[in-house]
Design a binder for this molecule. Structure first.
Ligand code: FAD
Length: 292
């Protein structure tokens, strides 16, 4: 099924994001996780495409299992990093052969341990070029990334918005945002999208705070702000990881409940492959009763 059809038929599309285990780790663990995630009845699950390269071979394999073994619709992430045009074409042929229908088309993060990576080395420098490639040759449902506070590399928010518009016009069916911790920023972002005539569905990316230090690190890297009330929680539970986890789950649940009450198109949860915490978030947000 194409995910865009879910947006057309459903009130709020609930999706999870997972990452493949390292190449030398057994796949059983992730399949065990999928057994559990199935109980939470997500509308689809997306599988990341590793920036480091060593888990990349597993993305398509896991997406295929999701769809055919666990009966959960899946979406493959695909990036331009370190790929020639032919390699991208080979991957698209494989994705099609496996019967998968949905691709999140991205430029990609720098490979791990190469923070100053030169993106001009890639055949495709930006996601919109990958999207053009896919759109011209295939009929996949295409998603792309959006940044409610602007992409960290963009000099001006208006530049980023213009690039996003260009990307959407290249053939995007729906957008998924990077995480944010203040819903007001997301609602403002929706207004900005409308002002430049971006009208496709937008799923709100939610990153639960499972570990304060890790979130600070990721937020700093991604240029995502942390509101004062979350900073206070992080400070309060600095020495108590269990309490931080509880507070992080509650914070994400409150964010999600508010988004649903405001009728957003979709909620995309960056699960960090954690079943218990994801279940607790959905339960506290009241989603398990609504969607299960
Ligand atoms: P682009 O859309 O190409 O944008 C990148 C930068 O280039 C932006 O600053 C943009 O403003 C600018 N730009 C765009 N077009 C032009 C142009 N024509 N001229 C000049 N500048 C331009 N990374 C991974 O490696 N693997 C994953 O699985 C993965 N999953 C993700 C899932 C989600 C939901 C999100 C939000 C991000 C994910 N990422 C992943 C991270 C993503 O790859 C990075 O944020 C990356 O830095 C940008 O990717 P993009 O597709 O948004 O790039």
């Amino acid at each position: 099924m194409k995910i865009i059809d879910l947006f057309e038929n459903k009130k709020t599309v609930i999706s999870f994001e997972i990452f493949p285990p390292k190449q030398d780790a057994p796949l059983d663990k992730i399949y065990n996780l999928l057994e559990h995630f199935k109980l939470l009845n997500p509308d689809y699950i997306s599988v990341t495409y590793g920036a480091g390269g060593n888990t990349r071979g597993r993305t398509i394999e896991i997406a295929e299992k999701l769809k055919y073994k666990y009966n959960i619709e899946s979406m493959v992430h695909l990036t331009c990093v370190n790929h020639t045009e032919q390699q991208i074409e080979n991957l698209l042929v494989l994705i099609k052969e496996k019967g998968l229908k949905n691709i999140l088309a991205l430029r990609g993060d720098p490979p791990k341990n190469q923070p100053g990576y030169d993106f001009t080395k890639n055949y495709y420098k930006h996601a919109y070029e990958l999207i053009q490639h896919i759109k011209q040759r295939y009929s996949f449902c295409i998603a792309a990334a959006a940044y409610v506070e602007g992409h960290v590399e963009s000099r001006r928010l208006s530049d980023d918005l213009a690039h996003l518009k260009n990307k959407v016009d290249a053939g995007v069916d729906f957008l998924i945002t990077q995480f944010f911790f203040d819903n007001r920023i997301f609602y403002d972002f929706l207004d900005k999208l409308a002002s430049v005539n971006i009208n496709c569905p937008v799923a709100a990316g939610i990153m639960p705070v499972f570990n304060a230090d890790r979130i600070k690190e990721i937020a700093a890297k991604s240029g995502c702000s942390i509101p004062a009330k979350l900073v206070l929680l992080m400070d309060k539970y600095r020495l108590s990881p269990d309490d931080m986890l509880k507070a992080g789950i509650e914070y994400a649940a409150v964010q999600i409940r508010d988004l649903i009450d405001n009728r957003v198109d979709g909620i995309h949860i960056y699960t960090m492959n954690r079943y218990d915490s994801t279940r607790d978030i959905l339960e506290q947000a009241g989603i398990l009763q609504v969607y299960a």
